[in-house]
Design a protein around this ligand. Structure first.
Ligand SMILES: Nc1nc2c(c(=O)[nH]1)N[C@H]1C(S)=C(S)[C@@H](COP(=O)(O)O)O[C@H]1N2
Ligand SMILES: [Mo]
Length: 438
């Protein structure tokens, strides 16, 4: 049972097999399926978000009505309206219209877990320890969260977080992995200390190349010798002003799902470099070789390939900055709008580790574009807001498209950009449907 994917993924892939895995007693033949018990009961209770007092009375093979009725049956604590892509590990994204806030509230930030989160209580967060070592660390040491808070200047920054696989669902041939649509992005405000200040405190040797994290989460298999993910960034990225070790989000303690009590943030790059439940920082003398640093993970072909091409590991390069992108967060796709009034359209735009220079909107499938108003970022690596008054020439079905251009003049593509084996970096234009009525 330890090789389980989430219940949702299992049922979507093969309902019969899911049923068998969930209900069959391992020691007994299929025809005599037993009651929910052991890991099956735990998984089902997790999916339902509640214990099942009468589990011993549930007929074998019965899918709980809560799971059978809807594709989005269970809730995550503290979340509001997220779409759950998987429950083991937990992955959930935010519908575009729920990302309308300038500063993303905790309740609307996507969740991407690669493993099983640690059971962190909020009793004594200041006692949390992070060990700093690695070949190129001059003075390896362990610092508590209280030490970090005491020793270094506190910084508060709004920083965007986007999963490298955001938009993966549009790739064809499809890429395996979470089928994110547009919602693996958010831009909360974080409080912590600069990673650079901590690195200066421990001292880094001349040959320092990379700074990497290990979290306190467990591998999905339960094998304690394996890490679910352990990634990092080159030294220069780690030393940017905006690279933080953060304990608070939007003025509150970091929520458990987002890495409480301490996480790393290196914004503008795939969010997989922003380690949650930070237990260890390693100053490496080489490109970090932790879990999901090598092979095809978080890498794209060094030179473009035709869709469906198999690419050798040696020809895959590590993703650094995320590409320019935008999202229409108001109105919600599918609204009906009266023809005589202008429609206020708004959203956010971001550009990896550079800035957004402009956003344009189109109502004629990209034939003509109008410049939208664009705000300055709250600080470097925070998303920017755009809005436009859109007028429609007739009744009927329209789409509003948004296209951002970054400071280097690179614009979002209108259709899917460079196919890659794992489905990263889809920054195609976002669009919404508008029915214009009399
Ligand atoms: N320890 C740890 N850190 C992690 C992960 C993880 O599984 N474990 N997932 C990474 C990935 S792939 C992403 S996209 C972001 C998601 O951050 P969020 O869940 O706070 O939105 O966390 C990153 N940091
Ligand atoms: Mo991610």
């Amino acid at each position: 049972m330890s090789s389980w994917k989430g219940i949702h993924e299992l049922y979507r892939a093969n309902p019969l097999e899911a049923d068998r895995l969930l209900w069959e007693r391992e020691s007994e033949p299929l025809s005599r399926r037993g009651f929910l018990r052991g890991s099956g009961l735990v998984a089902m209770s997790t999916a339902l978000g509640a214990t099942i007092p009468f589990a011993h009375l549930m007929p074998g093979g019965l899918i709980p009505a809560a799971l059978a009725e809807t594709v989005d049956p269970f809730e995550l604590p503290g979340k509001d309206g997220l779409v759950i892509l998987n429950d083991r590990p937990i992955n959930a994204e935010t519908p575009a219209h729920l990302l309308d806030d300038d500063i993303t509230p905790a309740s609307r930030l996507f969740v991407r877990n690669n493993g099983i989160p640690p059971a962190v209580t909020d009793a004594n967060p200041d006692d949390w320890n992070v060990t700093i070592d690695g070949e190129s660390c001059a003075r390896p040491m362990t610092l508590s969260l209280a030490d970090l808070k005491k020793k270094f200047r506190h910084r508060t920054l709004q920083l965007q977080l986007e999963c490298g696989g955001n938009g993966r669902s549009e790739f064809y041939p499809p890429a395996r992995g979470n089928q994110w649509t547009t919602g693996a992005i958010g831009c909360p405000e974080w409080t912590g200390v600069r990673l650079r200040d901590v690195l200066e405190h421990v001292g880094i040797k001349d040959d320092a190349t990379y700074v990497a994290y290990e979290g306190a989460d467990a591998h999905l298999s339960g094998d304690p010798s394996k890490r679910p993910i352990s990634r990092g960034v080159p030294l220069a990225k780690a030393r940017e002003n905006e690279s933080l070790l953060a304990w608070a989000m939007n003025g509150e303690r970091l929520p458990p799902l987002h890495g409480a009590p301490l996480r790393m943030l290196c914004a503008g790059w795939p969010a997989s470099v922003s380690g949650k439940w930070l237990a260890r920082l390693m100053v490496r003398d080489r490109v970090h070789d932790g879990e999901k640093m090598s092979g095809q993970s978080y890498r794209v072909p060094c030179t473009p390939v035709a869709p469906g091409t198999e690419v050798a590991d040696a020809d895959m390069c590590i993703i650094e900055s995320m590409p320019v992108k935008s999202l229409i967060t108001f109105p919600r796709s599918g609204i009906v709008h009266a023809r005589d009034a202008a429609l206020e359209v708004r959203g956010h735009a971001w550009a990896g580790d550079t800035r957004v220079a402009g956003v344009h909107t189109s109502i004629d499938f990209g034939a003509t574009w109008q410049r939208a108003r664009l705000s300055k970022p709250a600080n470097r690596l925070a998303w920017q807001h755009f809005d436009a008054d859109v007028k429609f020439p007739a009744e009927g079905y329209f789409e509003v498209w948004a296209r951002a251009t970054d400071a280097a003049g690179r614009a979002q593509p209108m259709v899917l950009p460079g196919w890659n084996p794992r489905g990263y970096l889809n920054n195609a234009c976002h669009r919404i449907a508008v029915q214009v009525a009399a």
